[in-house]
Design a protein around this ligand. Structure first.
Ligand code: ZN
Ligand code: FE
Length: 241
């Protein structure tokens, strides 16, 4: 049974992702805060079965206690991060298969932004929940991991089917675009994506989900040919204004 994924804006630029099964059951990924997520849940039927977490940062987990208290939702997160995540009902590791509202969900290693970061690939629904690893036209800062780990993480995501929906943790696409075009000024797919992003933001719409095919064509971090190239452009982005 396939799921749909809808972004819920949280804080200034975060997205939690509301997952909905055909039978109406709901899950949420990375709730940065509880109020906007609870509002979305109430609008969608008022029950929350499951919360899935990609990594331990507060802007991805701070809504968990309030949502668990209100809805009694179960929580899935990385075993490696158990010591710094809200209480988990199911601790998973890369390679595991979890059940998300009846859909078989592969847990992927996604180190780089943090160590212990994971991603969730729900193949029957073409949904990727990738937290702060892959953004549209960007990737997460290397706060704990290194460029080699991020390179491996992005390569694993690039290998997913092109139609896979990239459901990431932040609306960073416009600022990522300003940097990306300095790396690949002649990339026609990037130019087209930037035009699309400008139109989406001008209309007040999210730029997400993107797709793996779009990121493979336009995202210089995913397109980096080797670890050294990724390290160089990630460092350049860190100081880009
Ligand atoms: Zn983060
Ligand atoms: Fe974040």
């Amino acid at each position: 049974m396939a799921l749909t994924a809808t972004p819920i804006p949280c804080l200034s630029d975060n997205y939690a992702w509301l997952l909905r099964a055909a039978d109406g059951r709901l899950a949420v990924c990375d709730p940065a805060e509880d109020a906007p997520v609870a509002a979305a849940i109430e609008a969608a039927g008022g029950k929350l079965d499951l919360i899935v977490l990609t990594h331990h940062h507060g802007d991805h987990v701070a809504g968990v206690p309030g949502l668990v208290a209100r809805y009694g939702a179960k929580v899935i997160g990385a075993a490696a991060d158990r010591h710094r995540l809200p209480a988990l009902d199911q601790a998973v590791q890369p390679g595991d298969v979890a059940d998300v509202l009846g859909s078989r969900t592969k847990v992927l290693a996604s180190d780089g932004h943090t160590r212990g970061h994971i991603a969730f690939h729900i193949a029957d629904s073409h949904i990727l929940l990738c937290g702060d690893t892959l953004f549209s036209l960007g990737c997460g800062r290397l706060l704990e991991g290194d460029a080699g780990e991020m390179f491996a993480s992005l390569a694993a995501l690039a290998a997913l089917p092109g139609e896979t929906l990239v459901c990431c943790g932040h609306e960073y696409t416009e600022s990522n675009a300003r940097f990306a075009i300095t790396v690949e000024p002649d990339n026609a797919a990037l130019q087209a994506r930037i035009a699309e992003v400008r139109a989406q933001r001008a209309a007040g719409q999210p730029t997400l989900p993107s797709t793996i095919a779009s990121e493979r064509a336009a995202n210089p971090f995913m397109r980096a040919a080797d670890v050294a190239t990724l390290a160089r452009i990630r460092a350049a982005k860190d100081t880009f204004r």
